[in-house]
Design a protein around this ligand. Structure first.
Ligand SMILES: Cc1cc2nc3c(=O)[nH]c(=O)nc-3n(C[C@H](O)[C@H](O)[C@H](O)COP(=O)(O)OP(=O)(O)OC[C@H]3O[C@@H](n4cnc5c(N)ncnc54)[C@H](O)[C@@H]3O)c2cc1C
Ligand code: FES
Length: 287
């Protein structure tokens, strides 16, 4: 890859100053809506772990001590661009990335010692509620939940996790959660591991056996809506981490705004921005 400056910037121009009511901050952005001033720090990759055929965890060369589970960082590569990625671990900083398009493909091709540019931590993360936690992860949504589970287990809390994927070889982090000491329930769409069906089937089974004080989920919006509905039926608070499209990552461009029907279903205020108000939405059982 091309060597770049320590502090990366999108090359689009002209630059413009923006101030939003929501964030009450002034930023200089490029025409793509990306913040441009001194916001990225360069890290080196210290190790890479393959999670499934198209997903790898990149462990970086130092911690991001301020990072909390559920927060994200913008990752940038020169001449390719930037996208948000959930923080999979803070010390050392780690990201779990599925190779699905231009930026994730370019990151997936990086090797040990290569540089990755990081802006963050950003957004509002999870908050542990009670001492018994049920986590629900779809795809790479398992990664921020592993960070959350590590924090909860270190406090002596109980953690159970439901993980879902299309097939067994697409599942990620099952062994990571088991080794940590969490109870793991699996669901695969082809029935090759665990319950046959979506991860929400594993959630329904878990709710028969577990007595969680709270539920936490990260994955596609459809999955999050089902988890929210089941939590409400069970009378439990739930925290949902959204992974929609983002551009600026700091509440400036409006591109990540949750659709009105999703806000209505979840009882969130209209115009809710995953990058600024979330990505974690905290709902009590009355939402
Ligand atoms: C808060 C947040 C956290 C995120 N955390 C992670 C993370 O931890 N790991 C991670 O890999 N990604 C994560 N993403 C998604 C990531 O930001 C990018 O959208 C993703 O890597 C695709 O970017 P791209 O440039 O490679 O491809 P794009 O050009 O954006 O997408 C290429 C094609 O793949 C499709 N696509 C995009 N994302 C996915 C997907 N997840 N599964 C299947 N198809 C997809 C697109 O619709 C498009 O057709 C997160 C997004 C948000 C908003
Ligand atoms: S990504 Fe720009 S407002 Fe959320």
């Amino acid at each position: 890859m091309t060597e770049g400056k320590d502090r990366g910037q999108c090359s689009a121009s002209p630059k413009k100053k923006i101030m939003t009511e929501k964030t009450n901050m002034t930023h200089t952005t490029c025409t793509h809506g990306h913040p441009t001033e001194g916001s990225f720090e360069s890290f080196h990759i210290s190790s890479i772990r393959r999670e499934n055929p198209n997903t790898q965890t990149f462990v970086l060369d130092r911690p991001l001590k301020a990072a909390r589970p559920g927060q994200f960082c913008m990752l940038w590569l020169p001449e390719i661009g930037e996208k948000p990625f959930s923080i999979a671990g803070a010390d050392p900083l780690a990201f779990t990335i599925s190779d699905v398009g231009p930026l994730s493909h370019a990151i997936s091709k990086l090797g040990k010692g290569d540089r990755l540019w990081v802006r963050g931590p950003l957004g509002q993360g999870f908050e542990l509620v009670g001492t018994s936690h049920l986590l629900v992860g779809g795809g790479y949504g398992a990664a921020p939940l592993a960070f959350l589970a590590a924090d909860a287990l270190a406090l002596g809390h109980d953690v159970a996790v439901c993980l879902g994927a299309k097939t067994t070889d697409q599942l990620i982090f099952a062994d990571v959660f088991s080794k940590m000491g969490a109870t793991v329930r699996l669901a695969t769409e082809d029935g090759s591991s665990g319950t046959k069906g979506l991860v929400t089937e594993a959630l329904l089974n878990a709710l028969v056996w577990e007595l969680p004080s709270s539920i936490y989920a990260c994955g596609p919006t459809g999955m999050l809506l089902t988890v929210a509905a089941e939590a409400k039926k069970a009378g439990l608070p739930v925290q949902l981490s959204f992974e929609g499209v983002m551009r600026c990552g700091v509440g400036l461009c409006g591109s990540c705004e949750l659709p009105e029907d999703v806000c209505v279903k979840l009882g969130l205020p209209g115009g809710w921005l995953p990058c600024w108000d979330g990505p974690v939405a905290r709902l009590d059982s009355s939402n």
